[in-house]
Design a protein around this ligand. Structure first.
Ligand SMILES: [Zn+2]
Length: 415
């Protein structure tokens, strides 16, 4: 890379030099003591209230101190306890829709509750403040807020301003809590990155600067593995990825690993978090993508049975069959591998390079105290998840190419 590096503030506010005109909603970074910054930002809630979204456990520990910080700044804060997993949690729907009038600011302190808070903030067009109590920031600042309500995914574009508080002292003290999950979700983004590049080669919609930001952020986090400020580096890297996500309207994230993770949600011996599922999916997909690109596969003769696929996914997920079929056909039309030919050699080389990071990624994850996610699923569960993931609405990844070429059918029929 060349030229002067942008600061995190510049990156978050979208002020990094790149050729494309895309800009996400503004994101403002505040550094410093978490309570002091909260007090300063309480002006955003003046004349109304700040709604504090977090799990009951978190609110029991931190709720009163945060309320006091808002009060010191002249605003009133109200605690809204939500469940970490939104779906099938009636109290979340209750909290979301019965929340009293007069909210001026939505505050969220745990990334697992971010979606719920972001959905509400987007719906009401209110500013959203993320106070990072851990390096976890999965999905934070995403350009669309999405939650499942009674099994139906609901999505809404987030155009409201967003604020993030980063307190280095607090993060360093966070005794490793959340570091493994943060690292897992960050490094899983490598797969999305490959998918972004492949999709970019097919559609021409590609921001090289965003690609390099994400690649560099993951490399930085890997490089900081042995250092004392790892939690800070992790959060900063995650925020850089979030900025690129915001800038590309989400295109740089939400690749194959997210789709497979979604399909694995109800599988496995134990229930894993979204970050853990993405991580398990990502390390598997890195191998799969590399194998697919390095082997000739133009000669595979297969016409996927789209109708059967749509039926299967609809029955498994609750999406409408017609919607699934429509999106399968749209992604199939895009999956023209001949268009990749000019980029193929460099693409294959880059995928090999990124795959080469995976041993170190797995080692760092274990060192940070990450759980064993790899033995959690049977081979049959993984095969099924990979196969179905290709058909999820509005997802396009290397798995789509694999479906079209017949490689997924071959995988599904493998013993
Ligand atoms: Zn750009």
């Amino acid at each position: 890379m060349e030229g002067k590096e942008n600061t995190l503030e510049e990156i978050l506010s979208g002020k990094f030099g790149c050729g494309c005109a895309k800009r996400g909603a503004p994101v403002y970074l505040r550094r410093g003591d978490v309570y002091g910054e909260t007090e300063r930002l309480s002006s955003l809630a003046r004349g109304g209230r700040a709604a504090l979204f977090a799990s009951r456990g978190f609110l029991d520990k931190e709720g009163l101190r945060l309320e006091a910080a808002f009060a010191a700044g002249g605003a009133k804060a109200e605690q809204v306890a939500v469940r970490r997993r939104f779906d099938n949690a009636p109290e979340n729907i209750g909290a979301l829709f019965s929340f009293a009038e007069g909210a001026r600011l939505i505050v969220v302190c745990e990334s697992e509750c971010y979606d719920v808070a972001a959905y509400f903030a987007a719906l009401k067009k209110l500013p959203l403040l993320y106070i990072a109590f851990s390096p976890e920031a999965d999905g934070v600042l995403a350009p669309a807020a999405s939650v499942k309500i009674k099994g139906r995914p609901e999505r809404i574009a987030a155009e409201n301003p967003r604020y993030v508080i980063v307190d280095e002292t607090l993060l360093r003290r966070a005794d490793g809590g959340g570091a493994a999950a943060a690292f897992a979700s960050l490094s899983a983004g490598l797969v999305s990155l490959i998918d972004y590049r492949v999709r970019g080669a097919l559609t021409g919609e590609f921001c090289r600067e965003s690609y390099n930001l994400v690649r560099g952020a993951i490399a930085d986090a890997l490089g900081a593995a042995d250092k004392a400020d790892m939690p800070v580096k992790l959060l900063e890297s995650r925020l850089v990825v979030a900025a690129a996500e915001n800038h590309t309207c989400g295109a740089v994230s939400g690749g194959g690993e997210s789709a497979v993770a979604e399909m694995l949600e109800s599988c496995g011996r134990i229930r894993l978090s979204a970050a853990e599922r993405k991580f398990a999916a990502a390390l598997m997909l890195l191998d799969l993508y590399a194998a697919y690109f390095s082997a000739p596969h133009g000669g595979l003769l297969s016409v996927p049975d789209y109708a059967a696929r749509a039926k299967d996914l609809a029955a498994y997920t609750g999406y409408a069959e017609g919607e699934v079929l429509e999106s399968i056909l749209a992604s199939a039309a895009l999956a023209d591998e001949e268009k990749l030919a000019p980029a193929k050699a460099r693409l294959t080389e880059e995928i090999e390079t990124l795959r080469g990071w995976s041993d170190r990624i797995a080692a760092v994850y274990r060192k940070l105290g990450g759980r064993d996610v790899f033995g959690n699923y049977t081979f049959a569960e993984l095969k099924k998840a990979v196969s179905r993931a290709a058909d999820l609405p509005s997802s396009f990844s290397v798995l789509t190419l694999m479906r079209e070429s017949g490689a997924l059918d071959m995988l599904a029929n493998a013993p």
